[in-house]
Design a protein around this ligand. Structure first.
Ligand code: PSV
Ligand code: MN
Ligand code: MN
Length: 406
């Protein structure tokens, strides 16, 4: 059945001049990092529902993440958040990851959960609090050295709730001071990924509110600083794929935090609300890669794909599997775009033809292609089913309720 479906798919794509062998190898190279906090209990400010079987410490979070990688073959690394995932010995955490066929990925300093941070961390008007927060950034550089991580992902909750509450200009410069200190502490292999967010928890102004501000800091800091695009961090109507394309061309797109949103930073399962946006993001990435220009190919190769979602009502591991598979599906569809056809339509100012050439790829059912890739990699054809029918989900129930929050 699979063979027959694939043969039909292959015929269909061959007739369009698409080489499926190239596409399959690109699909096999796709890597998506999952976040440790996506395995813990989390939710909204109204209620965090505690689930049975949630990991109790960072070691167990890695064990859950290993299950996602086992069935999808897509998630060999896990981002951690410090101090949510603080441990005595990061070497031990690293070895534990390696024993599970995983690596520790991006290190995310957490500068929003302590009392002192109420009015900001690195942009607080109190120099002692700025010092404490900057020290935490430096501590995270040391953690990255121990875990062997390349990327430091920075998100600052810093901002104000009311006009006049703080000096926006002073805060801008304090931010640069702290980032500069961290930047100088990094090894040459490390990268600083600067994440922006329009609002929340600050509701009047956020110190790094959009990609332009993040980009400006990155340019001022140097070549190891890049912008991180969290798909849920824009004001309504923002054209995320435009931002993506612009940053790639500037060589400053460090990576993504993928999630879905209906209204704002909803952190829902990736691709559950607007899969076409995800497809169009990949279209821009592949368009840059297809250009063949060395600087663009390199910029694309350095993009870190990461998930950032929190689950309140859904089971954590299956929710993560769903997200990862949705990313893979949209990537596979985007790989079917005929860039020559698009370029020709663009050259002829054929508006409808260009739109059609892009959208048509989205409309293909890529199930036979994904099945073929998984079969060749020795993975279950249906990763979700494989996880749900396995015993791991049952076995972790012994952990009981009240596991780690985030
Ligand atoms: C902030 O909303 C954010 O997107 C940052 O990436 C944080 O590290 C993460 O969420 C925490 O859940
Ligand atoms: Mn994020
Ligand atoms: Mn967020």
């Amino acid at each position: 059945m699979t063979d027959k479906a694939y043969a039909l798919f292959e015929e269909q794509q061959q007739s369009r001049g698409i080489d499926l062998e190239v596409i399959k190898s690109r699909l096999k190279a796709l890597q998506i990092e999952t976040p440790s906090w996506g395995y813990g209990d989390s939710g909204t400010r109204f209620k965090v529902f505690q689930k049975e079987g949630v990991p109790r410490d960072p070691f167990e979070k890695l064990e859950d993440a290993a299950q996602v990688h086992k069935v999808t073959g897509l998630c060999p690394s896990v981002a951690i958040h410090i101090p949510w995932d603080k441990v005595e010995d990061y070497g031990k955490l690293r070895s534990h990851a390696e024993s599970l066929n995983l690596k520790i990925g991006a290190i995310n300093p957490n500068m929003f959960q302590e009392e002192e941070y109420m009015l900001g961390g690195v942009t607080n008007s109190d120099p002692a609090i700025r010092r404490k927060t900057t020290d935490h950034l430096l501590e995270c550089v040391d953690v990255a050295k121990e875990t062997g991580s390349r990327d430091l992902s920075l998100w600052f909750a810093d901002g104000t709730n009311y006009p006049g509450q703080g000096s926006i200009r002073k805060r801008k410069n304090w931010m640069l001071e702290a980032l500069g200190e961290m930047y100088r502490a990094m090894t040459p292999e490390m990268r600083m990924l600067i994440e922006y967010k329009a609002f929340e928890p600050a509701f009047y102004h956020t110190d790094i509110a959009d990609w332009g501000m993040a980009y400006n800091y990155a340019v001022k800091l140097g070549e190891q600083a890049h912008v991180l695009v969290d798909t849920g961090h824009h004001l309504p109507g923002a054209n995320v794929e435009h931002i993506v394309s612009y940053l790639i061309d500037e060589g400053r797109l460090g990576g993504f935090h993928f999630n879905s949103y209906k209204y704002a930073d909803d952190d829902l399962i990736v691709g559950s609300i607007n899969p076409y946006e995800l497809f169009l993001i990949f279209y821009q990435i592949l368009d840059a890669a297809e250009s063949g220009e060395e600087r663009l190919v390199q910029a694309v190769n350095n993009i870190a794909y990461m998930i950032d979602q929190s689950h309140n009502i859904e089971m954590k591991i299956p929710a993560m599997i769903r997200s990862v598979l949705n990313v893979q599906t949209q990537y596979a569809k985007a790989l079917l775009i005929d860039h020559k056809e698009v370029a020709e339509a663009q050259a002829n100012n054929d508006v409808l033809g260009a739109e059609d050439a892009v959208r048509r790829a989205f409309e293909f059912d890529v199930t036979p292609l994904l099945h073929a890739v998984r079969e060749e990699q020795g993975l279950p054809l249906d990763p979700m089913k494989a996880y749900l029918s396995g015993s791991y989900g049952q076995s972790i129930l012994a952990r009981g309720k009240g596991g780690a929050s985030w």
